[in-house]
Design a protein around this ligand. Structure first.
Ligand code: NAD
Length: 526
Protein backbone atom coordinates (compact mmCIF):
# COMPACT_ATOMS: atom_id res chain seq x y z
CA UNK A 1 0.00 0.00 0.00
CA UNK A 2 1.11 3.54 -0.68
CA UNK A 3 2.64 5.30 2.27
CA UNK A 4 0.90 8.57 3.15
CA UNK A 5 3.16 11.28 4.59
CA UNK A 6 2.04 14.50 6.21
CA UNK A 7 3.97 17.22 4.36
CA UNK A 8 4.10 19.36 7.47
CA UNK A 9 6.12 16.54 9.05
CA UNK A 10 8.20 15.98 5.93
CA UNK A 11 11.98 16.36 5.86
CA UNK A 12 11.58 19.98 4.90
CA UNK A 13 8.59 21.81 3.57
CA UNK A 14 7.53 25.21 2.42
CA UNK A 15 7.11 26.38 5.95
CA UNK A 16 9.83 24.82 7.98
CA UNK A 17 13.29 25.87 6.80
CA UNK A 18 13.07 29.50 7.76
CA UNK A 19 11.38 28.33 10.94
CA UNK A 20 8.43 30.00 12.56
CA UNK A 21 10.74 31.84 14.89
CA UNK A 22 13.21 33.01 12.27
CA UNK A 23 14.41 36.56 12.93
CA UNK A 24 12.31 39.31 11.41
CA UNK A 25 9.59 37.00 10.18
CA UNK A 26 6.22 36.43 11.75
CA UNK A 27 4.43 33.09 11.61
CA UNK A 28 2.44 33.98 8.48
CA UNK A 29 5.54 35.12 6.61
CA UNK A 30 7.39 31.99 7.70
CA UNK A 31 4.67 29.94 6.07
CA UNK A 32 5.34 31.57 2.72
CA UNK A 33 7.17 29.68 -0.01
CA UNK A 34 10.50 31.32 -0.78
CA UNK A 35 12.80 31.53 -3.76
CA UNK A 36 16.04 29.55 -3.79
CA UNK A 37 19.00 31.61 -4.86
CA UNK A 38 22.69 30.77 -4.48
CA UNK A 39 21.96 27.77 -2.30
CA UNK A 40 19.54 29.26 0.21
CA UNK A 41 15.95 30.33 0.67
CA UNK A 42 15.21 34.01 0.20
CA UNK A 43 11.85 35.77 0.39
CA UNK A 44 12.60 38.14 -2.46
CA UNK A 45 11.97 41.82 -2.77
CA UNK A 46 8.55 42.29 -4.38
CA UNK A 47 6.27 41.96 -1.37
CA UNK A 48 3.76 40.30 -3.72
CA UNK A 49 2.44 36.84 -2.92
CA UNK A 50 -0.17 34.42 -4.23
CA UNK A 51 -2.27 31.78 -2.47
CA UNK A 52 -1.38 28.09 -2.55
CA UNK A 53 -4.44 25.95 -1.94
CA UNK A 54 -4.86 22.53 -0.45
CA UNK A 55 -7.22 21.31 -3.18
CA UNK A 56 -8.66 18.57 -0.97
CA UNK A 57 -9.92 21.03 1.65
CA UNK A 58 -10.24 24.20 -0.40
CA UNK A 59 -8.20 26.11 2.20
CA UNK A 60 -5.27 28.40 1.48
CA UNK A 61 -2.41 26.35 2.89
CA UNK A 62 0.32 28.93 2.38
CA UNK A 63 1.38 31.91 0.33
CA UNK A 64 4.08 31.90 -2.31
CA UNK A 65 6.34 34.87 -2.92
CA UNK A 66 6.15 36.30 -6.42
CA UNK A 67 9.54 37.38 -7.75
CA UNK A 68 10.29 40.92 -8.81
CA UNK A 69 12.60 41.45 -11.77
CA UNK A 70 15.40 42.09 -9.27
CA UNK A 71 14.89 38.61 -7.79
CA UNK A 72 15.20 37.01 -11.21
CA UNK A 73 18.31 39.10 -11.79
CA UNK A 74 19.75 37.84 -8.50
CA UNK A 75 19.08 34.23 -9.45
CA UNK A 76 20.62 34.69 -12.89
CA UNK A 77 23.64 36.43 -11.37
CA UNK A 78 24.10 33.51 -8.95
CA UNK A 79 23.84 31.05 -11.83
CA UNK A 80 26.23 33.04 -13.97
CA UNK A 81 28.78 33.13 -11.17
CA UNK A 82 28.47 29.39 -10.57
CA UNK A 83 28.63 28.35 -14.21
CA UNK A 84 32.41 28.53 -14.89
CA UNK A 85 33.25 26.34 -11.90
CA UNK A 86 30.51 23.81 -12.63
CA UNK A 87 31.36 23.66 -16.30
CA UNK A 88 35.00 22.96 -15.39
CA UNK A 89 34.00 20.23 -12.93
CA UNK A 90 35.06 16.86 -14.28
CA UNK A 91 32.55 14.57 -15.92
CA UNK A 92 33.24 11.96 -13.25
CA UNK A 93 32.44 14.40 -10.49
CA UNK A 94 29.27 15.62 -12.24
CA UNK A 95 28.21 12.01 -12.74
CA UNK A 96 28.76 11.34 -9.06
CA UNK A 97 26.60 14.33 -8.12
CA UNK A 98 23.81 13.17 -10.43
CA UNK A 99 24.01 9.70 -8.88
CA UNK A 100 23.69 11.18 -5.41
CA UNK A 101 20.78 13.37 -6.52
CA UNK A 102 19.02 10.34 -7.96
CA UNK A 103 19.52 8.39 -4.75
CA UNK A 104 18.35 11.24 -2.52
CA UNK A 105 15.20 11.80 -4.58
CA UNK A 106 14.49 8.08 -4.46
CA UNK A 107 15.13 7.92 -0.70
CA UNK A 108 12.88 10.92 -0.02
CA UNK A 109 10.19 10.16 -2.57
CA UNK A 110 7.44 9.89 0.03
CA UNK A 111 8.16 13.35 1.43
CA UNK A 112 8.34 14.78 -2.07
CA UNK A 113 5.09 13.01 -2.97
CA UNK A 114 3.48 14.52 0.11
CA UNK A 115 4.17 18.00 -1.25
CA UNK A 116 2.52 17.04 -4.54
CA UNK A 117 -0.56 15.68 -2.80
CA UNK A 118 -0.79 18.71 -0.51
CA UNK A 119 -0.67 21.33 -3.27
CA UNK A 120 -1.63 19.61 -6.52
CA UNK A 121 -4.13 17.19 -4.97
CA UNK A 122 -2.97 14.05 -6.77
CA UNK A 123 -3.21 10.88 -4.69
CA UNK A 124 0.04 9.40 -3.30
CA UNK A 125 0.21 6.49 -5.75
CA UNK A 126 -0.01 8.95 -8.64
CA UNK A 127 2.50 11.33 -7.03
CA UNK A 128 4.95 8.45 -6.59
CA UNK A 129 4.42 7.49 -10.24
CA UNK A 130 5.33 11.02 -11.28
CA UNK A 131 8.48 10.89 -9.18
CA UNK A 132 9.42 7.48 -10.58
CA UNK A 133 9.30 8.91 -14.12
CA UNK A 134 11.36 11.91 -12.99
CA UNK A 135 13.92 9.53 -11.49
CA UNK A 136 14.36 8.01 -14.94
CA UNK A 137 15.61 11.39 -16.12
CA UNK A 138 18.12 11.59 -13.29
CA UNK A 139 19.27 8.07 -14.15
CA UNK A 140 19.70 9.06 -17.79
CA UNK A 141 21.72 12.08 -16.68
CA UNK A 142 24.18 9.85 -14.84
CA UNK A 143 25.24 8.67 -18.30
CA UNK A 144 26.34 12.16 -19.29
CA UNK A 145 29.96 11.18 -19.79
CA UNK A 146 28.92 8.80 -22.53
CA UNK A 147 26.25 11.13 -23.91
CA UNK A 148 28.66 14.03 -24.36
CA UNK A 149 31.16 12.02 -26.37
CA UNK A 150 31.90 13.89 -29.55
CA UNK A 151 33.19 12.69 -32.90
CA UNK A 152 36.75 12.49 -34.21
CA UNK A 153 37.94 12.21 -37.80
CA UNK A 154 41.60 11.42 -38.23
CA UNK A 155 43.62 12.61 -41.22
CA UNK A 156 40.92 14.64 -42.99
CA UNK A 157 43.87 16.10 -44.84
CA UNK A 158 47.59 15.60 -44.51
CA UNK A 159 48.38 15.73 -40.78
CA UNK A 160 45.04 17.34 -39.99
CA UNK A 161 42.34 15.97 -37.68
CA UNK A 162 38.80 17.26 -37.06
CA UNK A 163 36.78 16.71 -33.94
CA UNK A 164 33.49 17.87 -32.51
CA UNK A 165 32.81 18.58 -28.87
CA UNK A 166 29.57 19.60 -27.18
CA UNK A 167 29.73 22.38 -24.62
CA UNK A 168 27.09 23.70 -22.18
CA UNK A 169 25.21 26.88 -23.01
CA UNK A 170 25.68 28.74 -19.71
CA UNK A 171 22.63 29.86 -17.72
CA UNK A 172 19.45 28.14 -18.84
CA UNK A 173 15.92 28.47 -17.47
CA UNK A 174 12.90 26.21 -17.10
CA UNK A 175 9.28 27.32 -16.71
CA UNK A 176 6.98 24.54 -15.59
CA UNK A 177 3.25 23.76 -15.26
CA UNK A 178 1.19 22.86 -12.21
CA UNK A 179 0.35 19.33 -13.24
CA UNK A 180 3.79 17.73 -12.75
CA UNK A 181 5.53 19.86 -10.11
CA UNK A 182 8.37 17.34 -9.65
CA UNK A 183 8.68 15.37 -12.89
CA UNK A 184 8.70 18.21 -15.42
CA UNK A 185 11.41 20.17 -13.55
CA UNK A 186 13.41 16.90 -13.50
CA UNK A 187 12.86 16.51 -17.28
CA UNK A 188 14.74 19.77 -17.60
CA UNK A 189 17.30 20.23 -14.85
CA UNK A 190 18.62 16.66 -14.80
CA UNK A 191 19.96 17.00 -18.33
CA UNK A 192 20.77 20.70 -18.16
CA UNK A 193 22.89 20.43 -15.01
CA UNK A 194 24.58 17.18 -16.01
CA UNK A 195 25.67 18.88 -19.25
CA UNK A 196 27.40 21.59 -17.18
CA UNK A 197 24.83 24.40 -17.30
CA UNK A 198 23.53 26.46 -14.38
CA UNK A 199 19.75 26.38 -14.06
CA UNK A 200 16.99 28.77 -13.02
CA UNK A 201 13.58 27.16 -12.44
CA UNK A 202 10.30 29.09 -12.42
CA UNK A 203 7.76 26.54 -11.15
CA UNK A 204 4.00 26.88 -11.25
CA UNK A 205 2.74 29.26 -8.59
CA UNK A 206 -0.08 26.79 -7.86
CA UNK A 207 2.14 24.09 -6.31
CA UNK A 208 5.58 25.59 -5.66
CA UNK A 209 6.85 23.66 -2.61
CA UNK A 210 8.20 20.62 -4.48
CA UNK A 211 10.72 22.89 -6.22
CA UNK A 212 12.24 23.97 -2.92
CA UNK A 213 12.33 20.43 -1.64
CA UNK A 214 14.19 19.38 -4.78
CA UNK A 215 16.57 22.34 -4.36
CA UNK A 216 17.50 21.07 -0.91
CA UNK A 217 18.11 17.56 -2.21
CA UNK A 218 20.32 18.91 -4.99
CA UNK A 219 22.35 20.89 -2.48
CA UNK A 220 22.70 17.85 -0.25
CA UNK A 221 23.82 15.83 -3.28
CA UNK A 222 26.69 18.26 -3.87
CA UNK A 223 25.33 20.56 -6.57
CA UNK A 224 27.28 23.77 -5.89
CA UNK A 225 25.38 26.85 -4.75
CA UNK A 226 24.13 28.85 -7.71
CA UNK A 227 24.02 25.91 -10.12
CA UNK A 228 20.33 25.35 -9.30
CA UNK A 229 18.06 28.28 -8.44
CA UNK A 230 14.32 28.72 -8.09
CA UNK A 231 12.34 31.89 -8.64
CA UNK A 232 8.70 31.66 -7.69
CA UNK A 233 6.12 33.81 -9.35
CA UNK A 234 4.01 34.83 -12.25
CA UNK A 235 4.30 36.69 -15.56
CA UNK A 236 6.70 39.25 -14.07
CA UNK A 237 9.28 36.52 -13.42
CA UNK A 238 8.61 34.79 -16.74
CA UNK A 239 8.98 37.97 -18.76
CA UNK A 240 12.26 38.84 -17.06
CA UNK A 241 13.56 35.36 -17.85
CA UNK A 242 12.53 35.73 -21.49
CA UNK A 243 14.37 38.99 -21.97
CA UNK A 244 17.34 38.48 -19.64
CA UNK A 245 20.56 38.87 -21.63
CA UNK A 246 22.43 36.30 -19.54
CA UNK A 247 19.97 33.45 -20.12
CA UNK A 248 20.93 31.37 -23.15
CA UNK A 249 18.00 28.99 -23.42
CA UNK A 250 14.50 28.49 -22.07
CA UNK A 251 12.55 25.25 -21.71
CA UNK A 252 8.83 25.60 -21.16
CA UNK A 253 5.97 23.21 -20.50
CA UNK A 254 2.42 24.50 -20.15
CA UNK A 255 -0.63 25.51 -22.14
CA UNK A 256 -0.50 26.29 -25.85
CA UNK A 257 -1.19 30.04 -25.75
CA UNK A 258 1.60 30.56 -23.21
CA UNK A 259 3.93 28.15 -25.03
CA UNK A 260 3.51 30.18 -28.22
CA UNK A 261 4.17 33.40 -26.29
CA UNK A 262 7.28 31.93 -24.65
CA UNK A 263 8.63 30.70 -27.97
CA UNK A 264 8.00 33.96 -29.80
CA UNK A 265 9.29 36.21 -27.02
CA UNK A 266 12.28 34.07 -26.09
CA UNK A 267 13.49 33.60 -29.66
CA UNK A 268 13.00 37.32 -30.33
CA UNK A 269 15.49 37.87 -27.52
CA UNK A 270 17.95 35.53 -29.15
CA UNK A 271 17.40 32.49 -26.98
CA UNK A 272 17.17 28.85 -27.85
CA UNK A 273 13.61 27.84 -26.86
CA UNK A 274 11.68 24.59 -26.61
CA UNK A 275 8.07 25.26 -25.58
CA UNK A 276 5.76 22.31 -25.05
CA UNK A 277 2.06 23.18 -25.12
CA UNK A 278 -1.34 21.69 -24.50
CA UNK A 279 -2.97 18.59 -25.90
CA UNK A 280 -6.10 16.79 -26.98
CA UNK A 281 -5.13 13.16 -27.07
CA UNK A 282 -7.29 10.83 -29.14
CA UNK A 283 -7.66 7.10 -28.55
CA UNK A 284 -8.74 5.37 -31.72
CA UNK A 285 -10.57 2.10 -31.11
CA UNK A 286 -11.10 -0.29 -34.01
CA UNK A 287 -13.93 -2.84 -33.97
CA UNK A 288 -11.47 -5.72 -33.52
CA UNK A 289 -9.97 -4.26 -30.31
CA UNK A 290 -10.13 -6.15 -27.03
CA UNK A 291 -13.04 -4.26 -25.46
CA UNK A 292 -12.02 -4.87 -21.86
CA UNK A 293 -8.44 -3.82 -22.51
CA UNK A 294 -9.60 -0.69 -24.31
CA UNK A 295 -12.10 0.20 -21.58
CA UNK A 296 -9.50 -0.30 -18.82
CA UNK A 297 -7.07 1.88 -20.76
CA UNK A 298 -9.62 4.62 -21.46
CA UNK A 299 -10.68 4.82 -17.82
CA UNK A 300 -7.11 4.75 -16.47
CA UNK A 301 -5.77 7.28 -18.95
CA UNK A 302 -8.86 9.48 -19.01
CA UNK A 303 -9.37 9.91 -15.28
CA UNK A 304 -5.91 9.25 -13.79
CA UNK A 305 -4.64 12.39 -12.03
CA UNK A 306 -8.18 13.77 -12.54
CA UNK A 307 -7.46 14.12 -16.25
CA UNK A 308 -4.83 16.77 -15.48
CA UNK A 309 -2.11 15.14 -17.56
CA UNK A 310 -0.88 16.44 -20.88
CA UNK A 311 -0.87 12.82 -22.07
CA UNK A 312 -4.33 12.00 -20.66
CA UNK A 313 -6.75 10.44 -23.10
CA UNK A 314 -9.27 13.21 -23.69
CA UNK A 315 -11.35 11.78 -26.46
CA UNK A 316 -12.13 8.32 -27.75
CA UNK A 317 -12.68 7.87 -31.46
CA UNK A 318 -14.80 4.76 -31.73
CA UNK A 319 -14.79 3.27 -35.20
CA UNK A 320 -17.89 1.49 -36.50
CA UNK A 321 -19.38 -1.14 -34.24
CA UNK A 322 -16.80 -0.60 -31.47
CA UNK A 323 -18.73 2.30 -29.89
CA UNK A 324 -21.65 0.69 -28.06
CA UNK A 325 -19.79 -2.21 -26.38
CA UNK A 326 -16.91 0.11 -25.46
CA UNK A 327 -19.17 2.70 -23.87
CA UNK A 328 -21.00 -0.04 -21.97
CA UNK A 329 -17.68 -1.40 -20.68
CA UNK A 330 -16.51 2.07 -19.61
CA UNK A 331 -19.83 2.81 -17.86
CA UNK A 332 -19.51 -0.39 -15.91
CA UNK A 333 -16.15 0.77 -14.53
CA UNK A 334 -17.10 4.33 -13.57
CA UNK A 335 -18.91 3.71 -10.27
CA UNK A 336 -15.90 1.76 -9.00
CA UNK A 337 -13.48 4.72 -9.25
CA UNK A 338 -12.74 5.94 -5.75
CA UNK A 339 -12.60 9.74 -5.66
CA UNK A 340 -11.21 11.28 -2.48
CA UNK A 341 -8.43 13.22 -0.80
CA UNK A 342 -4.85 11.97 -0.96
CA UNK A 343 -4.98 11.32 2.78
CA UNK A 344 -7.44 8.49 2.11
CA UNK A 345 -5.30 5.46 1.21
CA UNK A 346 -8.15 4.04 -0.88
CA UNK A 347 -8.52 7.13 -3.08
CA UNK A 348 -7.57 6.67 -6.74
CA UNK A 349 -8.45 10.14 -8.01
CA UNK A 350 -8.08 13.40 -6.11
CA UNK A 351 -9.52 16.88 -6.52
CA UNK A 352 -8.73 19.35 -9.29
CA UNK A 353 -6.09 21.97 -8.69
CA UNK A 354 -8.31 25.01 -8.06
CA UNK A 355 -12.01 25.75 -7.70
CA UNK A 356 -11.88 27.96 -10.77
CA UNK A 357 -10.43 25.14 -12.85
CA UNK A 358 -12.90 22.60 -11.44
CA UNK A 359 -15.83 24.86 -12.32
CA UNK A 360 -14.52 25.45 -15.84
CA UNK A 361 -14.15 21.70 -16.37
CA UNK A 362 -17.71 21.13 -15.10
CA UNK A 363 -19.06 23.82 -17.43
CA UNK A 364 -18.28 21.59 -20.44
CA UNK A 365 -21.00 19.20 -19.26
CA UNK A 366 -23.59 21.94 -19.77
CA UNK A 367 -22.22 23.15 -23.10
CA UNK A 368 -21.96 19.57 -24.38
CA UNK A 369 -25.62 18.87 -23.57
CA UNK A 370 -26.70 22.21 -25.05
CA UNK A 371 -24.74 21.50 -28.23
CA UNK A 372 -26.36 18.10 -28.76
CA UNK A 373 -24.03 15.56 -27.12
CA UNK A 374 -25.22 12.86 -24.75
CA UNK A 375 -23.96 13.15 -21.18
CA UNK A 376 -23.64 9.51 -20.12
CA UNK A 377 -22.10 10.21 -16.70
CA UNK A 378 -22.04 13.59 -14.93
CA UNK A 379 -19.23 14.08 -12.39
CA UNK A 380 -21.26 16.71 -10.57
CA UNK A 381 -23.39 13.90 -9.17
CA UNK A 382 -20.45 12.71 -7.04
CA UNK A 383 -21.19 13.43 -3.34
CA UNK A 384 -17.89 15.32 -2.87
CA UNK A 385 -18.80 17.84 -5.59
CA UNK A 386 -21.41 19.50 -3.37
CA UNK A 387 -20.51 17.91 -0.06
CA UNK A 388 -16.93 19.12 0.33
CA UNK A 389 -15.05 22.40 0.30
CA UNK A 390 -12.35 20.65 -1.75
CA UNK A 391 -12.24 21.02 -5.50
CA UNK A 392 -13.70 17.61 -6.28
CA UNK A 393 -15.48 16.52 -9.42
CA UNK A 394 -16.47 12.95 -10.19
CA UNK A 395 -15.84 11.27 -13.52
CA UNK A 396 -17.83 12.27 -16.60
CA UNK A 397 -18.45 10.58 -19.94
CA UNK A 398 -19.94 12.36 -22.93
CA UNK A 399 -21.03 10.45 -26.05
CA UNK A 400 -21.87 11.58 -29.60
CA UNK A 401 -19.43 14.47 -29.51
CA UNK A 402 -18.73 16.24 -32.82
CA UNK A 403 -15.72 18.38 -33.74
CA UNK A 404 -17.65 21.65 -33.58
CA UNK A 405 -18.56 21.26 -29.88
CA UNK A 406 -16.66 23.14 -27.18
CA UNK A 407 -15.96 19.92 -25.29
CA UNK A 408 -14.10 18.63 -28.36
CA UNK A 409 -12.40 21.83 -29.43
CA UNK A 410 -10.99 22.85 -26.05
CA UNK A 411 -8.45 21.10 -23.90
CA UNK A 412 -10.68 20.40 -20.88
CA UNK A 413 -7.87 19.09 -18.63
CA UNK A 414 -10.20 17.36 -16.20
CA UNK A 415 -11.91 14.01 -15.57
CA UNK A 416 -14.15 14.22 -18.63
CA UNK A 417 -13.89 11.64 -21.41
CA UNK A 418 -15.64 12.34 -24.68
CA UNK A 419 -16.54 9.87 -27.40
CA UNK A 420 -16.70 10.72 -31.09
CA UNK A 421 -18.07 8.07 -33.40
CA UNK A 422 -16.38 7.55 -36.77
CA UNK A 423 -17.61 5.33 -39.57
CA UNK A 424 -14.22 4.25 -40.86
CA UNK A 425 -10.53 4.14 -39.90
CA UNK A 426 -9.86 6.80 -42.54
CA UNK A 427 -12.46 9.15 -40.99
CA UNK A 428 -10.94 8.59 -37.57
CA UNK A 429 -7.38 9.38 -38.69
CA UNK A 430 -8.63 12.43 -40.56
CA UNK A 431 -10.24 13.70 -37.36
CA UNK A 432 -7.02 13.25 -35.40
CA UNK A 433 -4.90 14.87 -38.09
CA UNK A 434 -7.29 17.82 -38.41
CA UNK A 435 -7.02 18.53 -34.68
CA UNK A 436 -4.66 21.42 -33.95
CA UNK A 437 -2.90 19.51 -31.16
CA UNK A 438 -0.53 16.61 -31.74
CA UNK A 439 0.90 15.55 -28.38
CA UNK A 440 -0.04 11.90 -27.89
CA UNK A 441 -2.44 9.39 -29.42
CA UNK A 442 -3.19 5.70 -29.19
CA UNK A 443 -4.75 2.99 -31.31
CA UNK A 444 -6.46 -0.06 -29.88
CA UNK A 445 -6.62 -3.03 -32.24
CA UNK A 446 -5.50 -6.64 -32.66
CA UNK A 447 -4.46 -5.94 -36.24
CA UNK A 448 -0.73 -5.29 -36.58
CA UNK A 449 -1.12 -3.98 -40.10
CA UNK A 450 -3.69 -1.40 -39.00
CA UNK A 451 -1.48 -0.32 -36.12
CA UNK A 452 1.51 0.05 -38.41
CA UNK A 453 -0.55 2.06 -40.87
CA UNK A 454 -1.69 4.31 -38.01
CA UNK A 455 1.85 5.02 -36.85
CA UNK A 456 2.65 5.92 -40.47
CA UNK A 457 -0.43 8.10 -41.03
CA UNK A 458 -0.92 10.03 -37.85
CA UNK A 459 0.43 13.57 -37.36
CA UNK A 460 1.16 13.25 -33.67
CA UNK A 461 4.50 13.15 -31.85
CA UNK A 462 3.96 10.23 -29.47
CA UNK A 463 1.97 7.15 -30.44
CA UNK A 464 0.76 4.24 -28.34
CA UNK A 465 -0.23 0.88 -29.78
CA UNK A 466 -2.59 -0.60 -27.22
CA UNK A 467 -0.81 1.76 -24.76
CA UNK A 468 -2.94 4.76 -23.78
CA UNK A 469 -0.28 7.04 -22.24
CA UNK A 470 2.80 6.63 -24.45
CA UNK A 471 5.19 8.87 -22.47
CA UNK A 472 8.62 7.94 -23.85
CA UNK A 473 11.18 6.43 -21.48
CA UNK A 474 13.99 8.81 -20.55
CA UNK A 475 16.42 7.52 -23.19
CA UNK A 476 14.05 8.65 -25.93
CA UNK A 477 12.74 12.22 -26.06
CA UNK A 478 9.33 13.70 -25.27
CA UNK A 479 7.57 16.03 -27.65
CA UNK A 480 4.35 16.61 -29.48
CA UNK A 481 3.68 18.01 -32.93
CA UNK A 482 1.59 20.91 -34.20
CA UNK A 483 0.31 23.24 -31.43
CA UNK A 484 1.72 20.90 -28.76
CA UNK A 485 5.33 22.04 -29.30
CA UNK A 486 7.04 25.18 -30.50
CA UNK A 487 10.68 24.73 -31.33
CA UNK A 488 12.46 21.90 -33.02
CA UNK A 489 14.00 19.86 -30.22
CA UNK A 490 11.99 17.59 -27.98
CA UNK A 491 12.54 17.43 -24.26
CA UNK A 492 14.92 15.20 -22.28
CA UNK A 493 16.73 12.14 -23.64
CA UNK A 494 19.08 12.54 -26.60
CA UNK A 495 17.33 15.69 -27.86
CA UNK A 496 17.62 17.20 -24.38
CA UNK A 497 21.38 16.71 -24.55
CA UNK A 498 21.36 18.50 -27.89
CA UNK A 499 19.18 21.30 -26.55
CA UNK A 500 21.39 22.02 -23.54
CA UNK A 501 24.70 21.91 -25.42
CA UNK A 502 26.10 23.34 -28.59
CA UNK A 503 28.57 21.83 -30.94
CA UNK A 504 32.08 23.11 -31.48
CA UNK A 505 34.15 21.67 -34.31
CA UNK A 506 37.93 21.86 -34.07
CA UNK A 507 40.25 21.43 -37.04
CA UNK A 508 43.82 20.83 -35.82
CA UNK A 509 47.34 20.10 -36.91
CA UNK A 510 50.64 20.21 -35.08
CA UNK A 511 53.91 21.77 -36.23
CA UNK A 512 55.74 19.50 -38.63
CA UNK A 513 58.91 21.24 -39.77
CA UNK A 514 59.03 21.93 -43.49
CA UNK A 515 55.35 21.30 -44.24
CA UNK A 516 53.98 24.84 -43.92
CA UNK A 517 53.90 27.42 -46.68
CA UNK A 518 51.98 30.59 -47.54
CA UNK A 519 48.81 29.75 -49.53
CA UNK A 520 46.09 32.36 -50.06
CA UNK A 521 43.69 29.89 -51.69
CA UNK A 522 40.62 28.56 -49.83
CA UNK A 523 41.65 25.61 -47.61
CA UNK A 524 41.25 22.29 -49.49
CA UNK A 525 41.42 18.77 -48.19
CA UNK A 526 42.88 17.31 -51.39
P1 NAD B 1 0.07 27.43 -17.91
O1 NAD B 1 0.42 27.67 -19.33
O2 NAD B 1 -1.07 28.21 -17.34
O3 NAD B 1 1.33 27.74 -16.97
C1 NAD B 1 2.60 27.19 -17.24
C2 NAD B 1 3.66 28.13 -16.70
O4 NAD B 1 3.54 29.39 -17.37
C3 NAD B 1 3.52 28.42 -15.20
O5 NAD B 1 4.80 28.44 -14.63
C4 NAD B 1 2.87 29.78 -15.17
O6 NAD B 1 3.23 30.54 -14.04
C5 NAD B 1 3.37 30.45 -16.43
N1 NAD B 1 2.39 31.40 -17.00
C6 NAD B 1 1.04 31.29 -16.96
N2 NAD B 1 0.47 32.33 -17.58
C7 NAD B 1 1.48 33.12 -18.03
C8 NAD B 1 1.53 34.35 -18.75
N3 NAD B 1 0.43 34.97 -19.14
N4 NAD B 1 2.75 34.85 -19.06
C9 NAD B 1 3.87 34.24 -18.68
N5 NAD B 1 3.88 33.08 -17.98
C10 NAD B 1 2.70 32.51 -17.66
O7 NAD B 1 -0.17 25.86 -17.75
P2 NAD B 1 -0.69 25.08 -16.46
O8 NAD B 1 -2.14 25.36 -16.29
O9 NAD B 1 0.22 25.28 -15.31
O10 NAD B 1 -0.48 23.57 -16.94
C11 NAD B 1 -1.41 22.87 -17.69
C12 NAD B 1 -1.12 22.96 -19.17
O11 NAD B 1 0.18 22.46 -19.42
C13 NAD B 1 -2.04 22.11 -20.02
O12 NAD B 1 -2.36 22.82 -21.19
C14 NAD B 1 -1.21 20.89 -20.35
O13 NAD B 1 -1.57 20.20 -21.52
C15 NAD B 1 0.12 21.50 -20.47
N6 NAD B 1 1.18 20.51 -20.30
C16 NAD B 1 1.85 20.12 -21.41
C17 NAD B 1 2.83 19.15 -21.30
C18 NAD B 1 3.59 18.69 -22.50
O14 NAD B 1 4.56 18.01 -22.31
N7 NAD B 1 3.22 19.06 -23.72
C19 NAD B 1 3.13 18.61 -20.04
C20 NAD B 1 2.44 19.05 -18.92
C21 NAD B 1 1.46 20.02 -19.07
Amino acid sequence: MTQVVDPSAARSGAADAAGPGAPGRDAAAAAAVDHWIAGRRVPGTSGRTGPVFDPATGRVAREVHFAAEADVDAAVAAAKAAFPGWRATSLSKRTEVMFRTRNLVEAHRHELAAHLTAEHGKVPSDALGEIARGLENLEFATGVAHLLKGGFSEQVSGGIDVYQIRQPLGVVAGITPFNFPAMVPMWMFATAIACGNAFVLKPSEKDPSASLYLAELLKEAGVPDGVFNVVQGDKVAVDRILEHPDIAAVSFVGSTPIARYIYETGTRHGKRVQALGGAKNHMLVLPDADVNMAADAAVSAGYGSSGERCMAIATIVAVGASADPLIAAIRERLPKIKVGPGTDPAAEMGPLVTKQHRDKVASYLDSAAAQGATVVADGREHPLYEGSDGFFLGVSLIDRVTPDMDCYRDEIFGPVLTVTRAETYADAVQLINDNPYGNGTAIFTRDGGAARQFQFDVNVGMVGINIPVPVPVAYYSFGGWKASLFGDLHMYGPEGIQFYTRAKVVTARWPDPGTSKVDLGFPRTR
